[in-house]
Write a new protein. Sequence first.
Length: 84
Amino acid sequence: MAGRQNFGFVRVERLAGNIGYLDLRAFMPPAIAGDTAAAAMTFLASTDAVIFDMRQNGGGDPAMVAFVTSYLFGAQPVISTTSI
């Protein structure tokens, strides 16, 4: 079922002005959705900014939140808290 929903990744695109857009509806476990998340974040890597559309996100696995946000920070450790 998770695969049929593309693991919560509904839309990933590059908008005018080199703005990335990600419509993410759920945070599924990285063990099953990690490859899809990595592909989406790699696609967005060369954009100047990213819009994370979470308006219809139902929450999920905090490990996926950490996985996705890890693409937003540099090599220095960052303390991240999540409440989903």
